[in-house]
Design a protein around this ligand. Structure first.
Ligand code: NZQ
Ligand code: ZN
Length: 386
C-alpha cells in the first residue's frame, strides 16, 4: 500500500430534518451566496425552508440561480461578480453536483485576482476560497464531500476537473428524502456515476490494498442492490439513504487512499459532455462496459474475475471466463435493469467527426491509468460505443 494523506474536513449532517444545521453558515459571516439550478429546489420546498433558516440565523441571502447541468464558466463568473460587489462571506450550494461544483469555483474565484477559468485549468492556483456549504439533492458525484469541481466552457468544447482542499465543503446536509423527487433518468445516471467512481478507484495496480478493494466492493454491491429499488420506489428511504452515503464514499478518498492510479473512463466521458452536452452518468454507463472489454487481457483477467466473483457472485473458476461474465453482468445492469441508454446514438451523438480530437484530449488524462490508453485506443472505444 502506498503512503497517503487522508483529509476530509466536511461535517456531514445525515438523515431527516437536518436542514436546521444551516444556521452554522452564520459562523462564516453575515452574507451568503445561495447557489442553485433550474428550480427543482423551489418545486420541492427546500428553497423556502433553507432561506427561512438562514434568515432566522441572521444571514443575509444573495442568489445565483440557473446553474445548468455541466455547469458553465459563465455562471461561475456571475457568482464571482456578486461575491466581489456584495462582500459575500460564504457560498451555499443546494442541488446536485453541477450546483455544488459551480459554487466551489465561485468560492475560489472570489478570492482570486484574475479570471476563474484559470482555476479550472490549474488547481494549484487555488490559494484561498470562501467557505463552502452544501445541501445535496441528487446522489451521484460525491461533490458534497470531495475536493473536486468540473466546469465547462461550451463555446470552446472544454470541460475540465480541478480541485483542492479548500474546495471541500465545511458542512453538507445529506437528507435522503430530498432525493425523492429525482427523476428516473437522473437516478439511473447518478447510480452509474457513483459506480464509475468506484471502478476508477478499484481497477488499480497497487498490491496490498486489500481493505480498499473490499470497501469498493461493498459500495458496488450497495449501488447494485439499491439503484433498482430507488427506480421502482422513488420514496424508499432505505434505498435513497444507502445510495446517498455510498456515493459520498466512492470519491471522498476512502477507497483511493494508498492505491490510486489515474482515472480513464471519466476523461473520456468529459469529452462527450464537452462536445455534446450529454448527462455525465449516461456517458459513463455507455463507455464503461466497452472500456472493460477493451482493457481485458490475460494480464488483467484476474482483477476482472475478482470483481465478477466478489461483486456479482459469479461462480466460475477460469479467470477469463469469470471476467467476461462480470462485464456482461455490468452491461445488463446498466442497460436492462437501470434502463440507461446503451450507446452514443441513444444520447443524440449521430456523427463521429470529433472522435479524433476528443480522443487526443482524453488521452492526456489517462496517463498512468490502470491500463494506459493512447488516443487510438480511445477512438476505438468511442467507435465501439457508437
Ligand atoms: O437544476 P435543477 O432544477 O436543480 O435540476 C437538476 C438537474 O436538471 C435535477 N435535480 C437535482 N436534484 C433534484 C433534481 N430534480 C428533482 N429533484 C431533485 N432533488 O437533476 C438534474 C441534474 O443535476 P446535476 O447537478 O447536473 O447532476 P449531477 O449531480 O449528476 O452532477 C453532474 C455534474 O457533476 C460533475 C459532472 O461532470 C457534471 O458536470 N462531476 C463532478 C464531480 C465532483 N465534483 O467530484 C465528479 C463527477 O465525476 C462528475 O464529473
Ligand atoms: Zn463522475
Amino acid at each position: 500500500m502506498k503512503n497517503f494523506r487522508f483529509y476530509v474536513p466536511t461535517v456531514i449532517c445525515f438523515g431527516k430534518d437536518q436542514l436546521a444545521s444551516l444556521a452554522k453558515v452564520r459562523e462564516s459571516g453575515e452574507k451568503v451566496l445561495l447557489c442553485y439550478g433550474g428550480g427543482s429546489i423551489k418545486k420541492n420546498g427546500i428553497y423556502d425552508k433553507a432561506v427561512a433558516i438562514l434568515k432566522e440565523a441572521g444571514v443575509e441571502v444573495f442568489e445565483l440561480s440557473g446553474i445548468a447541468p455541466n455547469p458553465r464558466i459563465d455562471s461561475v463568473r456571475a457568482g464571482v461578480e456578486i461575491c466581489r460587489s456584495e462582500g459575500i462571506n460564504s457560498v451555499l450550494a443546494i442541488g446536485g453536483g453541477s450546483t455544488i461544483d459551480c459554487a466551489k469555483i465561485v468560492a475560489a474565484g472570489a478570492c482570486y485576482d484574475g479570471d476563474a477559468w484559470d482555476l479550472v485549468l490549474d488547481g494549484s492556483k487555488i490559494k484561498a476560497a470562501l467557505p463552502v456549504y452544501s445541501v445535496l439533492t441528487l446522489s451521484a458525484t460525491g461533490s458534497e464531500m470531495d475536493a473536486f469541481a468540473v466546469i465547462s466552457d461550451m463555446g470552446k468544447n472544454e470541460k475540465w476537473g480541478t480541485g483542492g482542499d479548500l474546495l471541500k465543503p465545511r458542512l453538507s446536509v445529506l437528507d435522503p428524502t430530498y432525493t425523492y423527487t429525482v427523476s428516473k433518468k437522473q437516478t439511473a445516471a447518478g447510480t452509474a456515476d457513483m459506480m464509475s467512481h468506484t471502478f476508477e478507484n478499484y481497477f488499480h495496480r497497487e498490491k496490498g490494498g486489500y481493505l480498499q478493494d473490499r470497501f469498493a466492493e461493498a459500495l458496488l454491491k450497495t449501488m447494485i442492490k439499491y439503484g433498482p429499488v430507488a427506480l421502482a420506489e422513488p420514496e424508499n428511504y432505505e434505498a435513497r439513504a444507502n445510495l446517498m452515503w455510498a456515493s459520498s464514499h466512492a470519491i471522498n478518498g476512502l477507497i483511493s487512499a494508498g492505491v490510486q492510479d489515474a482515472w480513464c473512463v471519466h476523461p473520456m466521458e468529459h469529452e462527450l459532455s464537452a462536445f455534446y452536452d450529454i448527462t455525465h452518468g449516461e456517458g459513463l454507463a455507455i463507455l464503461t462496459p466497452v472500456w472493460m472489454e477493451h482493457v481485458l487481457s490475460e494480464e488483467t483477467a484476474p482483477k476482472f474475475a475478482e470483481y465478477a466473483r466478489n461483486v456479482w457472485d459469479v461462480r466460475e473458476e477460469d479467470d477469463m471466463k469469470a471476467a467476461k461474465l462480470g462485464i456482461e453482468k455490468t452491461r445488463e445492469f446498466f442497460f436492462e435493469t437501470m434502463g440507461l441508454p446503451a450507446n452514443l446514438r441513444a444520447v443524440g451523438i449521430t456523427e463521429q467527426d470529433n472522435f479524433d480530437i476528443m480522443a487526443k484530449k482524453a488521452a492526456a488524462g489517462c496517463v498512468g491509468s490502470y491500463v494506459p490508453l493512447s488516443a487510438d485506443d480511445i477512438v476505438e472505444i468511442f467507435k465501439a460505443a457508437f
